[in-house]
Design a protein around this ligand. Sequence first.
Ligand SMILES: NC(=O)c1ccc[n+]([C@@H]2O[C@H](COP(=O)([O-])OP(=O)(O)OC[C@H]3O[C@@H](n4cnc5c(N)ncnc54)[C@H](OP(=O)(O)O)[C@@H]3O)[C@@H](O)[C@H]2O)c1
Length: 275
Amino acid sequence: MSVETSPVVLITGASSGIGQAAAHLFVERGWHVAATMRNPSDGTAQAEHQRVLVLPLDVTDPASVEAAIAATLEHFSRIDVVVNNAGYGLFGPFETATDEQIRRQFATNVDGIFTVTRAVLPAMRRQGSGMIINVASIGGLITLPFFSLYHATKFAVVGFTESLSFELAPRGIRAKVIAPSEVDTNFSGRSLVRTFVEGEHAYSDTLSKIMAAMNARRGNYSSAALVAETIFTAATDGTDRVMYVAGSDAEQAFTLLHSLSEAERLEMIRQLSGL
Ligand SMILES: NC(=O)c1ccc[n+]([C@@H]2O[C@H](COP(=O)([O-])OP(=O)(O)OC[C@H]3O[C@@H](n4cnc5c(N)ncnc54)[C@H](OP(=O)(O)O)[C@@H]3O)[C@@H](O)[C@H]2O)c1
């Protein structure tokens, strides 16, 4: 396929997990991929593929966002889809979160999406087509204890995307949101930032129950490849659907969620959390 005929996707946070799996899948399906990441040396293997352009992009650094989008347009002439995937989780008691932790969580998971989206929209409007796919979370629809700030960012992404979808549709641009359930990536390892120091806060009794429940669920996580398939479906199904849940149990969880009363939903969360 030539540069002119293959669609082009730009993915943020393509160094690992869902972003890396999505980059892999899109290139496998014949797309051109701008695989962006904070440290391009993490993408050395991806850069060997002739349809992949690895670029530095930190979503909290607007200059790097502008530069990566300009470089993608220069190289591939267009951007059909942006996958706003970069993000991480802040975990622990809200009370012990620092101002800097809160600022960084929103700067990455929310403002980062705003920055990338605003930077790419002029090109998509000129093209008369395009798509913004934002990776939120099932945690943008339902909560677990001790993830209050992470949920605040993901609920924001869900609301932002749905509203944006109406605004962009007349310009030929779609906005979609992916809500993965728990996925086997670096998210629960190096991408989980704690607001607490073990034993030095007032929430140890409940927090230890939540951590035990989280560890017990770990074997049931979905693969990043499965979420990448959902992202690819969103990019290519030609529909105006906005919300895509992703993961082996996500559809059932989503259906169940909407069938419960508030009391039932809160009880389900308590049970899931071991409270
Ligand atoms: N795993 C789950 O259970 C799960 C569930 C629902 C939603 N999600 C969402 O899925 C997305 C991807 O997470 P993942 O599970 O694939 O975890 P991951 O393997 O830890 O990947 C996170 C990615 O985000 C990148 N990133 C973090 N801060 C960034 C910044 N300021 N600028 C650019 N890139 C940045 C990381 O880059 P570095 O390599 O440079 O750190 C990494 O590539 C996140 O938005 C997450 O909230 C994950």
